[in-house]
Design a protein around this ligand. Structure first.
Ligand code: FAD
Length: 424
């Protein structure tokens, strides 16, 4: 944080949502001397923040919608192991979001998006570390790098613009080919012949425990936790009086909306119709795997990440457009297991059910791959912090620092203009 609070400027702040973003934000606000109440309707860190791939990657500045993405969609959709699926019944509801997604994928726009994401992701480690260190669990974060692997030079060349964006944003990487790649990461199949290694990246060995550990420290330090579902805001004369919840009014002078994919109705209540939808993702986790990489590996062709977790080997990924209500399609998770065995031939061809767990979660996704961080239109006491899509774990703590700046009335060290709720 840039400077301490002015005397007398501490407030009662309600942070709605106990995922990575909400818990990190609540922790930074508490450290500044505010009276902070975390409002969570379920379990802490059990939303999208539970089952993600755990990657903390400054290299993730490449947006999801890129020039040429649309051309690849039909191929993705017909491949049963492909990275994308759409429940056709959901298409009419999704259409406006998809139109914006396509529109945001021009060369000029992706350059601007990558530039905006860079400072949010660059500080993944320096922002998370004080929180985990204070919580006494620095070992939850490792910095062993992040490796993207390809089956052919043609696949690698297909991602050329992504690497151009990284170079333009000073994100270093090394290219490893053939024996050099296999020596560096012996667990992977020899069918993968080329890799890009991002040494400055890392991962957490348990995203859910990361969130819970930081939340425990928050409560030990005097932060309050209320289990309730936020329904709206009590605003009088433009100033916030409190949060309306299913457990009654929680008095607060400032609030943060950090409800991930569920943030849209709360923002709408404050006059901001944000195009937030969800890219549902899945994981499978093999406990006691026969093969384990030393660091997260992105299969860049199949678009999933395999991460060595403290609980086993997690394969996470896929994008499924089906909204917040449809039940999971566990075939998507089964496909990840098939793809994982293809990437790591040392894995057994079958695993007993008891050793494999499956999960589905809701990425909070904006069509331009940028989160919403900034003040609400109808009430400047409410700050948004949601919509982090594929990079919410990596950018959660840095987001929390920016929100603390806004609540304190300091100019944020980060340029928040690209993240405004009103940008569409
Ligand atoms: C398969 C997969 C892999 C991923 N891999 C990575 C990765 O490697 N690295 C990375 O950085 N990101 C990754 N992500 C993205 C990342 O998980 C999300 O961006 C991030 O977890 C979002 O955090 P959040 O706190 O905004 O949301 P969430 O973790 O979903 O938390 C929101 C919380 O708000 C609560 N809530 C909702 N509505 C209300 C309400 N009305 N009142 C009270 N509480 C409410 C929910 O119960 C929930 O606990 C991945 C996602 C998926 C699905």
């Amino acid at each position: 944080m840039t400077s301490p609070l002015k005397p007398g400027s501490a407030r009662t702040v309600a942070v709605i949502g106990g995922g990575a973003v909400g818990v990190a934000t609540a922790s930074f606000l508490l450290r500044e001397g505010h009276d902070v109440v975390l409002v969570e309707r379920g379990g802490l860190g059990e939303g999208a923040s539970f089952g993600n791939a755990g990657v903390l990657a400054p290299s993730s500045v490449v947006p999801m919608s890129m020039p040429g993405t649309l051309r690849k969609v039909p191929g993705y959709l017909v491949d049963p192991l492909g990275p994308l699926s759409i429940r056709w019944r959901y298409l009419p509801a999704l259409a406006p979001w998809l139109a914006r997604f396509v529109k945001s994928g021009t060369r000029e726009r992706v350059q601007a998006q990558a530039r905006a994401l860079k400072p949010l992701l660059d500080d993944s480690f320096s922002a998370w570390l004080p929180l985990v260190r204070h919580a006494g669990n620095e070992a939850l974060i490792r910095r062993e790098g992040f490796l993207a692997v390809y089956r052919s030079e043609a696949d690698f060349a297909g991602d050329a613009l992504g690497y151009q964006l990284r170079r333009a944003n000073d994100i270093p990487y090394e290219v490893l080919r053939g024996p050099e790649l296999w020596a560096f990461e012996p667990a992977i199949s020899r069918d993968y012949t080329i890799g890009a290694l991002f040494r400055q990246c890392g991962h957490t060995i348990n995203p859910n425990r990361l969130v819970r550990t930081v939340a425990d420290a928050f409560q030990r330090d005097g932060g309050r936790l209320i289990q309730a579902r936020a329904l709206g805001f009590a605003v009088e004369g433009g100033r916030l009086r409190g949060i309306e919840t299913d457990a009654g009014l929680i008095p607060a002078q400032a609030a943060v909306v950090a409800c991930g994919a569920h943030s849209r109705p709360l923002a709408a209540g404050l006059g901001d119709e944000v195009p937030l939808d969800t890219e549902r993702g899945y994981h499978v986790l093999i406990a006691d795997p026969e093969a384990l990489p030393a660091r997260p590996i992105l299969d860049a062709s199949a678009k999933f990440v395999s991460t060595p977790m403290e609980t086993g080997l997690r394969m996470a990924g896929t994008v499924e457009f089906a909204g917040l209500e449809a039940p999971p399609d566990w075939k998507r998770a089964a496909h990840l297991l098939t793809l994982g065995r293809r990437l790591f031939p040392g894995l057994a061809p079958h695993h007993p059910e008891a050793r494999v767990s499956r999960w589905m979660g809701f990425r909070p996704s904006m069509p331009d791959s940028l989160p919403v961080i900034g003040r609400a239109s109808a009430c400047a006491d409410v700050v948004y912090a949601f919509g982090h899509g594929h990079v919410g774990l990596a950018s959660a703590a840095r987001t929390g620092m920016a929100v603390a700046d806004l609540i304190a009335g300091r100019p944020p060290a980060l340029d928040l203009a690209p993240f405004a709720a009103t940008r569409f």
